[in-house]
Design a protein around this ligand. Structure first.
Ligand code: BES
Ligand code: MN
Ligand code: MN
Length: 462
């Protein structure tokens, strides 16, 4: 397979232009105002899969946003790779912090991306990374170098919990049967240090509502004499961590997988500079659970974070008021063996239990999912490692990530196959943030690496 580099060189401008066209469609799954755009994006993916040589490309309707499916079965006796990705994106706000429009992609050079990076919502998560697979497929089919069967399954609800995909997977075991699942929706350590993600954290996401008096009150006439739900909520949230920054919910750590000294020592070998980390985020010091390093805190340890908090008057100037209600959205990132439904129950019980008299508390669970760890001795991992060796000239480092793709554990349960997470993003790509971007170098290197995975996976499967 000598000519993938040539193919990229000849076609790279088109590869970039096609991705830019896809990024112009604002496929925000969380906001119903964008529903037509999400549907339009599904159509665009359908036609790109057809152009890349997939057969039977279809838009599969679900109770929510559709799943785009396509396949190329060359020989039922050969292995089958199932590619998963998502075409929906996170909401772009806060809009005023974007240097260019979130859906008006521009290419700019940065310190880490001297070749240029595409700035747009979804550039890295996940349109850019998903599209690398479409272009790798195009290369393999047009040059007659597809060594095995391929199935594509691209969904539109990943950023809101993949509920419809769960339903689709449960009901389509035969259609989705495969030997390995391949996903590019994670990152790598750096351009010089390729890595393969071997773990994802689980997630429990809840919303809490604290109600005090039955209406908003004058803060002079009533202040001090009734429970202020915002004061109370702040205090309840503060009590969820102790002085060692451990979570105080009883039973929260009971099932947490403890890594051995050796495993932690192995993890610590990955190149990392605390100084550079702090500098990149403009923070004076790191912060987190006592006894663990930054890389442990954001991968092998569970967390609890407020993602949003509101209530009372937040407009211009001052209004003297005690609000009737206060709210917060809270995420808990979970590690292997913690069950997200169980943790959600523990949270509800604890949070209701710590509410003082004078307020009512309501907890509404949103989505969640199990964590995932994958062994490095599988054929899939070995094939991925060889693919990186071929294109980066270096053996990739296995690394657990702090992020979540809850559907991955469901894939294992329903389809009985392992997932390989070949991510080409960088932490600095600002996914879910203003000014999200994806390096052109990363994009093209991804397209180059993927066909090698197919080659090695097919060879190792024999
Ligand atoms: N692609 C991300 C997850 C990710 C990013 C994992 C980088 C590892 C490294 C995915 O789109 C995502 O944002 N997942 C959500 C969970 C989902 C249920 C909303 C997350 O991790 O917050
Ligand atoms: Mn993603
Ligand atoms: Mn995401």
């Amino acid at each position: 397979m000598e000519d993938i580099r040539d193919y990229i060189q000849q076609n790279q401008q088109r590869f970039i232009d096609e991705l830019i066209a896809l990024l112009k469609i604002p496929s925000v799954s969380a906001d119903p105002a964008f529903s037509q755009d999400v549907l339009d994006t599904a159509q665009a993916i359908k036609s790109s899969l057809e152009k890349a040589g997939c057969d039977h490309v279809e838009i599969c309707e679900t109770p929510g946003y559709p799943i785009v499916y396509g396949e190329k079965i060359i020989d039922p006796n050969l292995p089958t790779v199932l590619v998963y990705g998502h075409y929906d994106v996170q909401p772009p706000d806060p809009l005023d912090l974007w240097e260019s429009g979130p859906f008006e992609p521009v290419i700019k050079k940065t310190e880490l991306h001297p070749e240029g990076a595409i700035f747009a919502r979804g550039a890295c998560d996940d349109k850019g990374q998903m599209y690398m697979h479409v272009k790798a497929m195009e290369f393999m089919t047009t040059t007659g170098q597809l060594p095995c069967n391929v199935k594509f399954m691209i969904e539109g609800e990943e950023e809101v919990g993949s509920e419809s995909l769960g339903w689709f997977v449960e009901n389509n075991h035969d259609k989705l049967a495969n030997d390995v699942i391949l996903i590019s929706d994670t990152g790598m350590i750096s351009k010089e240090t390729p890595s393969i993600t071997t773990g994802l954290r689980g997630l429990s996401y809840v919303e809490v509502e604290v109600t005090g008096p039955n209406r908003d009150l004058h803060s002079g006439l009533y202040g001090g004499a009734v429970a202020n739900p915002i004061n109370i909520l702040a205090k309840m949230i503060a009590s969820l961590h102790d002085e060692n920054k451990q979570i105080t919910i009883p039973g929260f750590y009971d099932k947490v997988e403890e890594l051995s000294k050796e495993e932690r020592a192995e993890m610590a070998k990955a190149p990392f500079s605390q100084e550079a980390y702090n500098k990149a985020l403009d923070i004076e010091a790191e912060y987190g659970e006592e006894g663990y390093t930054t890389n442990e805190r954001n991968s092998i340890r569970p967390t609890l974070d407020v993602n949003g908090i509101w209530g009372g008057y937040t407009g211009e100037g001052a209004k003297t008021v005690i609000a009737s209600k206060a709210y917060a959205k809270i995420s808990m990132r979970l590690v292997p063996n913690q069950d997200w439904k169980e943790i959600t129950e523990l949270f509800i019980k604890h949070f209701e239990g710590i509410a003082p008299k004078g307020v009512k508390v309501k907890v509404t669970p949103h989505h969640g999912g199990q964590g995932y760890v994958t062994p490095i001795d599988s054929i899939g991992y070995q094939a991925a490692a060889k693919a990186y060796e071929t294109t980066f000239g270096k053996t990739p480092i296995p690394q657990r990530s702090g992020g979540s793709i809850p559907i991955v554990s469901l894939f294992e349960k329903e389809l009985k196959s392992k997932t390989i997470l070949m991510g080409f993003g960088l932490d600095s790509d600002a996914i879910h943030s203003p000014n999200e971007h994806f390096g052109i170098w990363n994009y093209l290197r991804g397209i180059e690496t993927i066909p090698w995975f197919y080659q090695y996976f097919t060879a190792l499967s024999k």
